[in-house]
Design a protein around this ligand. Sequence first.
Ligand SMILES: Cc1ncc(COP(=O)(O)O)c(C=O)c1O
Length: 419
Amino acid sequence: MSASRSALIARPKSVFDVERIRADFPILTLSPGGKPLVYLDNAASSQMPQQVIDRLVRYQTTQHANIHRAVHTLSEIATAEYEEARRKLARFINAREEREVIFTSGTTEAINLAMHGYGRKFIGAGDEIILTTLEHHSNIVPWQMLAEEKGARIRVAPINDAGELSMGEYEKLFNEHTKLVGVAHVSNALGSVNPIKQMIAFARARGVPALVDGAQAVPHMKVDVQDLDCDFYAFSGHKMCGPTGIGVLYGKAALLERMQPFKGGGDMILSVTFDKTTYNVIPQKFEAGTPPIAAAIGLGAAVDYLSTVGMDAIAGHERDLLEYATEQLARMPGVRIIGTAAEKAAVLSFALDGVHPHDVGTLLNQDGIAVRTGHHCAQPVMQRYKVPATSRASFALYNTMAEVDALVAGIRNVQKLFS
Ligand SMILES: Cc1ncc(COP(=O)(O)O)c(C=O)c1O
């Protein structure tokens, strides 16, 4: 018996009523391509429970007005609900203060905010930014743009064949020019969970702030930004059962206060004359214009939902799914799992001998199985493994062991067709 199998048996199974959870997600009952949906594309975007849909409907039907700028009752209600959503998000990630939660349109905008607000002010010629091979393009390209503009340099922490970062290699990259570390909490392409707590501690001990891209972590595990002691933490609503168009940049208040605004416009100012504008305090300084009010409130409902189910219970269930799926695929001839880190979350990337990932995705779709194929916006990871693309199954709280079986059967069908 393999070590992972014995660990699976030794650990008490979580009591997780997945069927009850599934009943909350109306889309899971559909057959969009004519076959019952097996939705395994959660790393790209997860589905929304009825509770969040209902909250959006209630907001739009009874509470909608623009926020912050009026004394009429509806505007006061909308403002209170929007700010309540901020409180919920702050509690969910254990931020010290609500004003440390900046609403953005998603992880991409959150990282761009950090780049413009922090990077453009505090990073200059000759400075260095440490990233990792595992980053999503949204945690690479903004920093490259900054490096190009300022004459700064990007340094990259490598991974081993399993898709794990080595602390030793990471530590070697630091020197007196290091001004920022950007690291994914969980790799979207491989599922590797990075040792971010040690990475952050190492950076902070040298006075270097650390930004964590948490897009693939927040939906799957308890995240405590105070415990991590990160300076920034970015994530997206639509990957955690919330709406699209909303996300969060968490930042330590003292840091956010020192940063320059990202976007200029209404709400982010205290006063404007043609001679001078005085900026608002945080978080408003970073929320120019009318924010995605409904989406923020919907995200508040999503974290209520996830909290009610329990992040530890979700993590346990998804660990069971991943272990089971890994074990199944590892046994299949002609299947190569890409990314075999000891610590993984919710993502299983694989390649089939002699079959292009695009064909894998297309054929699985004919069986109703939704997986993602491509470079997953992580081309440096593909380059590291010398593959153009992978097929990626990614799990959420509502997936089942039967869906893993369906994936395995689907892969067998693909192999038969290509044999
Ligand atoms: C690790 C990671 N970072 C950033 C992003 C970008 O998120 P969004 O498109 O919601 O801004 C993604 C999306 O897949 C991701 O997986």
